[in-house]
Design a binder for this molecule. Sequence first.
Ligand SMILES: Cc1cc2nc3c(=O)[nH]c(=O)nc-3n(C[C@H](O)[C@H](O)[C@H](O)COP(=O)(O)OP(=O)(O)OC[C@H]3O[C@@H](n4cnc5c(N)ncnc54)[C@H](O)[C@@H]3O)c2cc1C
Length: 376
Amino acid sequence: MTQALDICIRGAGIVGQTLALLLARERLRVGLVRPTPAPGAAADVRAYAINAASKELISSVRGWPDAPHATPVRQMRISNEGEAQLQFDAEQLGVPALAWIVDVPALEARLAQAVGFQALIEPLAAAQGAALTVVCEGKASRSRAEFGVQFLANAYGQSAIATRLHCERAHAQVAYQWFSKGEILAFLPLDGEQGNSVAVVWSVSTQRAADLLALQPEAFASELQAASQNALGQLALSSERVSWPLMSAQTSQWVGPMAPPSAGAWALAGDAAHAVHPLAGQGLNLGLADVAELSRVLHQREYWRSVGDMKLLRRYERSRKTALASMGGAMDGLQQLLTRQDAPLQTLRDWGMKGFDSSGPLKRWVAQRAMGINQE
Ligand SMILES: Cc1cc2nc3c(=O)[nH]c(=O)nc-3n(C[C@H](O)[C@H](O)[C@H](O)COP(=O)(O)OP(=O)(O)OC[C@H]3O[C@@H](n4cnc5c(N)ncnc54)[C@H](O)[C@@H]3O)c2cc1C
């Protein structure tokens, strides 16, 4: 490609690749910075809960993986250490699925394939000048630091252990979450509708994570079987265990002009702009909503504005700050309510879950927000 770039995207994770495809569809010339992967880098063991809005967005750019890699969730069961149980059901809510559990390597590979077919996207080994630079480098973004932007982080003192399990009983498209002694365990159904594998996310204190990771695989699987109240019978690990420190974080600034002598402007998207607890499986969904909004703002720009016009980018910033304020606050509140062990909070939790479970309209409203529909 010989022409100058309109947009340079730094970071080719799911958010960066989706944005590149959305913008190429607008006939913009896009550079996508993808560093060469370290040799022997292990495949991601995670599977993400993707909501309906994100599924539609990814499908629109031909990035949605084949059926066995995207399992529809029919029911979600949430239990705490007391008796209370909360249940969401796709049929009752009148939707085809509450979410789709998507294998991360399969999704990344399908997006990379779509990027490869798009002539307006140029793969880059290093950043180049462009009217607009979008940073999609994830939580530890170097460019964000280079632009002097603060990332206001609040560590939860917890780590999330992710792994995969083969289960004695089929998951029947049910996603489970258990809250106990300040810990949160999630089983997410994998391998299609008949599957009996699950992706695990276990949020525990940093010390307990170290202890659990030191266990032999069989002993670790027994701990999981006990914590999951034997819901899927005998369990066996089918992948490595990997852990991530958990934090909530938000950028102090979403957009800005490039410092001279560089021209143009920059914007942040995805985990480079925010991090939330994986409790509700919303981190990537928020990142995809960022890039949907950025491409909408660029699509609707007045014909005389460049894609690096600050007035335009401020529209993106305002809209995403507002969306993040409600989601980030809700995640923090939920994390506190569900993991703190004080007796009054536990009573409130039991009472709240029972009341909430029988509250038709409120429950429906919360479920729709989580599914990325009816966001007004
Ligand atoms: C255990 C766990 C479970 C989760 N489950 C869910 C879930 O169910 N649903 C959900 O919505 N979210 C979930 N999340 C959150 C989700 O992982 C993130 O929100 C998502 O990965 C963010 O995507 P991203 O593309 O912004 O960043 P990343 O996935 O971090 O990708 C950033 C990319 O940029 C590249 N990069 C970094 N630095 C540079 C650089 N200097 N130059 C060029 N490239 C660079 C990296 O190599 C990487 O490819 C979970 C998170 C965790 C930890």
